[in-house]
Design a protein around this ligand. Structure first.
Ligand SMILES: Cc1ncc(COP(=O)(O)O)c(C=O)c1O
Length: 373
């Protein structure tokens, strides 16, 4: 991926906000409960390595990623903390995981059997394994006691190659005001856990939403994702028990300013026509950067004033109507504060009919990051 370092469009990440969010979460936890920072998907678009450094400074005890390459990138950058891959890894990589002390999520006994065979051929420290329990998410994990117990017994009898490090589940509705399904999942989790006689080092069920609104269920590790980045997991449906500070900002500049006349059109498909003479600014960001094509009508901040996107968002540029002539290079805020006004990731997501998670992940890639504080 070519990153646009010489273009004025930037993701601005506030390190102090990430630290403050971790510190605030830590205050709500018992002494036995640790935080693993969820830094998958380039730390939700904030930048994997920088966020991992900040999170480590703030006292997290480990990291969660989605895929093996993210875990290897952390190891290559020198992180020695535990790393758990939340998704499934092809069993042929079991030796690579073990060599790099990366913990695997496992859903099937056959994975353990094949991993054991591969690992027996090498002289490596045992591979750490977290057994996933599918209590209602319908994604990965053991669904019944018998195969789960089979996996536990296999781990118990193959300790030279495999280490039963954790067991976990994931909730589908922890961010909802209706907790009926959450309770159903929790009781399924308790039912499945009743077959575990020796609990592993980590028993974990909490993403951000679970820890914020169902903390009584917390195991002894929190998989802290979106709240670490300062966003309310529920969007706005549930009130936060403590304040979060958004860490993600997105800014650019006007690259070209011109006056158009009544009747002139703007953009592909001529979906905007000027009613009178109007000043128009072009901003160098588009849907290839993760700004959805359908944002026509949304208002960005230009020098602290709201200005409407006119015409369809193009691949690399978008156009806005200005209140008057403004110089090239005037600051444009797409997410963040300018003066007294603010655009949140949630505002952009609501307009784009999605969730803030998707917005911030999608805005990574071609846009470079700068780090404050
Ligand atoms: C298994 C698992 N745990 C934790 C998280 C972190 O969730 P959140 O960002 O809502 O805290 C995720 C994210 O998708 C996940 O898949």
């Amino acid at each position: 991926m070519v990153v646009g370092y010489h273009r004025p469009t930037q993701i601005v990440v506030d390190r102090a906000a990430i630290k403050a969010n971790i510190t605030a979460e830590k205050k709500t936890l018992t002494d036995e409960t640790v935080i693993f920072a969820v830094v998958k998907a380039d730390a939700y678009g904030h930048g994997l390595i920088e966020v991992a450094k900040v999170a480590k400074d703030a006292g997290v005890k480990g990291f969660c990623v989605a895929i093996i390459d993210e875990a290897l990138a952390l190891r290559e950058a020198g992180f020695v903390e535990p790393i758990l891959i939340l998704g499934l890894t092809k069993v042929e990589y079991a030796p690579l995981l073990a060599k790099n002390k990366i913990s695997a999520t496992v859903s099937e006994l056959s994975w353990l059997q094949e991993a054991n065979r591969l690992l027996s051929e090498e002289k490596l420290a045992p591979l750490a394994v977290h057994l996933a329990l599918d209590t209602g998410m319908g994604r990965i994990g053991f669904r019944e006691s018998e195969p789960f117990l089979g996996a536990i017994n296999f781990l118990g009898s193959h300790q030279n190659t495999l280490n039963f490090e954790g067991v976990f589940t994931h909730f589908a509705t922890a961010d909802s005001s209706n907790d009926a399904y959450f309770k159903k999942q929790m009781s399924k989790f308790n039912e499945l856990m009743s077959v575990v006689s020796d609990r592993p080092r980590y028993v974990h069920v909490s993403n951000s939403a679970t820890s914020l609104w169902h903390s009584a269920c917390n195991g002894n590790m929190i998989r802290m994702g979106i709240s670490m980045y300062g966003l309310n997991p529920s969007g706005g449906e549930l009130k936060l028990p403590y304040a979060l500070k958004p860490a993600f900002g997105l800014t650019s500049e006007l690259s070209y300013v011109k006056e158009i006349h009544a009747g002139d059109s703007v953009g592909y498909g001529i979906t905007y026509q000027a009613r009178e003479n109007e000043w128009v600014g072009t901003v160098p960001i588009g849907y290839a950067d993760g700004m959805p094509r359908k944002m026509q009508g949304f208002k960005l901040l230009v020098d602290g004033q709201f200005c409407e996107i006119i015409g369809r968002v193009c691949m690399d540029q978008l156009m806005i109507r200005l209140p008057h002539e403004m110089p090239n290079d005037t600051k444009v805020t797409l997410i963040g504060q300018d003066g007294d006004e603010m655009i949140t990731a949630q505002d952009v997501a609501t307009y784009a009919e999605t969730i803030h998670y998707e917005m911030i992940c999608a805005l990574s890639g071609r846009v470079p990051h700068i780090y404050l504080n």
